[in-house]
Design a protein around this ligand. Structure first.
Ligand SMILES: Cc1cc2nc3c(=O)[nH]c(=O)nc-3n(C[C@H](O)[C@H](O)[C@H](O)COP(=O)(O)OP(=O)(O)OC[C@H]3O[C@@H](n4cnc5c(N)ncnc54)[C@H](O)[C@@H]3O)c2cc1C
Length: 420
């Protein structure tokens, strides 16, 4: 096991982690940015390092290179010990202990998947997941795609896939027109969001956008063949090659929880300086609440200033952060998930796809712990990352537990880690 030491270590190289690292590195302090992807950028700026077209991404990635932020890509933080101010990080062929004076967690979010009949068929994917595959080179040109679920990500994904030559048959948003209209009325107060929405709408010209619509079933033998949507009281069915479906985002809190950070409303709790309940551990971006790229950047910068003890510069950004948080709260209200989605799974629908556990077996359980003990739900490779949030939504359980290693790790990494 190798040992590394830095003043500030940042986990997660999305917008929040990159902006935090830049703030630290610009003052000449040593900053190490760790991320499990092959290159920095996180979810939204994936592959921007190689063929970037987003001005914001280019700006921050250039800044990161200019100030020589030390980046460790393809590295997963699997454990940590706040008492020793150390984290354990695994790469393809090594495991290292990294010591820090300050640790910033910017581990982002993942998509929320809700089970419905056929959701485990090949070619049914997460909306952001399909986008990520296409960004990584998967051909989509000429393929028929239905995008469904909830939230602004559906528009971004639909526009991106259409731009790559896909035939986007429909975008199905579960929120009702009335909720969307109320949300839309507030957009002029956020001119940059209005412009973004307008751009997406233009990119999606002639793609039907159905509000109050959701996937009832994905149909097919060994692979997806058709999708059935419910649109208010009617049904709409169409053959398609891919179904991209996501019901919003879930914060990646597992590492923070295993380090002892307190939660509030399912997100990592932070104070005004982005400080968590554990000394010397800060948190920024979607891990503290789903709010979009602007909020992630702002929180990352505040966490960076906070880590180097620059309170004054951090405070300058508080009002902007509050503006973005207000927008995030409106977004959350507009895209609240509807009751009908709780009743989509049939008795046979798998809820935990790692361990093949059906709805019928899980539903009678008294809670998440009982479900794990009696059915092995949440005990597979994803360790409840997919079925945990789904079970929270379906049954109202609290599924927020985490223990090291927070990601699947090699046996030799664990042995070395225990022996250290
Ligand atoms: C699949 C997906 C697609 C999205 N697409 C869009 C889009 O097209 N447009 C848009 O506006 N918004 C999109 N979003 C939302 C967008 O990602 C956020 O608004 C914002 O960019 C979040 O920034 P962040 O820095 O908080 O997190 P992220 O960008 O999620 O970055 C967090 C990073 O931390 C890494 N990480 C997590 N845990 C560990 C660990 N233990 N060890 C090492 N690395 C770790 C993750 O792999 C990731 O690279 C998407 C979100 C998701 C989940």
């Amino acid at each position: 096991m190798t040992g590394i030491e830095r003043e500030v270590v940042i986990v997660g190289a999305g917008p929040a982690g990159i902006s935090a690292a830049c703030v630290v590195a610009e003052t000449g302090r040593s900053a190490l940015l760790i991320d499990d992807n092959p290159s920095p950028g996180g979810q939204i700026w994936r592959e921007q390092d190689r063929h970037g077209s987003d001005w914001q991404a280019s700006h921050w990635l250039r800044r990161m290179h200019l100030y020589r932020v030390d980046v460790m890509s393809g590295a997963t933080v699997i454990d940590g010990d706040p008492g020793r101010r150390a984290i354990v990080c695994e790469t393809a062929n090594s495991v290292s202990t990294i010591r820090y004076k300050k640790l910033i967690l910017a581990t982002g979010a993942r998509e929320l998947f809700l089970p419905f009949p056929g959701w485990t068929l090949p070619n049914v994917m997460g909306a952001g997941g399909l986008q990520a595959l296409v960004k990584s080179g998967m051909p989509i040109s000429g393929k028929r795609v239905v995008v469904a679920g909830s939230g602004p990500l559906l528009l971004a994904v639909g526009a991106y896939l259409k731009g790559q030559g896909a035939r986007v048959l429909a975008i199905a948003e579960q929120a009702s027109w009335s909720r969307l209209a109320r949300f839309g009325l507030g957009l002029p107060k956020q001119p940059y969001k209005l412009a973004e929405t307008w751009q997406l709408k233009r990119a999606l010209f002639r793609v039907p956008y159905r509000a109050g619509a959701w996937v009832e079933a994905a149909l097919g033998g060994t692979v997806l063949e058709r999708v059935r949507l419910r649109v208010s009281h009617r049904y709409w069915e169409a053959p398609c090659d891919y179904l991209a479906v996501g019901y919003g985002l879930v914060p990646n809190i597992e590492l923070a929880v295993s380090l002892g950070c307190q939660l509030s409303g399912g997100c990592v709790q932070v104070d005004s300086m982005q400080q968590t309940s554990v000394p010397d551990i800060l948190c920024a971006g979607e891990t503290t609440g789903i709010g979009g790229v602007e909020l992630a950047l702002m929180e990352g910068r505040i966490a960076g200033f906070s880590a180097i003890g620059d309170r004054l510069n951090a405070q300058w950004l508080f009002s902007d952060r509050e503006r973005f948080r207000r927008f995030a709260r409106r977004l959350q209200k507009a895209f609240t998930l509807r009751e009908e989605l709780r009743h989509l799974p049939s008795e046979e629908t798998l809820v935990c796809r790692c361990e093949d556990v059906s709805y019928r077996r899980i539903a009678p359980m008294s809670g998440w712990r009982a479900a794990k003990l009696h059915t092995r739900c949440g005990m597979g490779p994803c360790q409840g990352r997919v079925c945990g949030p789904a079970a929270e939504f379906l049954f109202g359980w609290n599924c927020q537990s985490a223990r090291p290693p927070v990601f699947p790790a090699r046996i030799d990494s664990l042995i070395e880690h225990v022996d250290k």
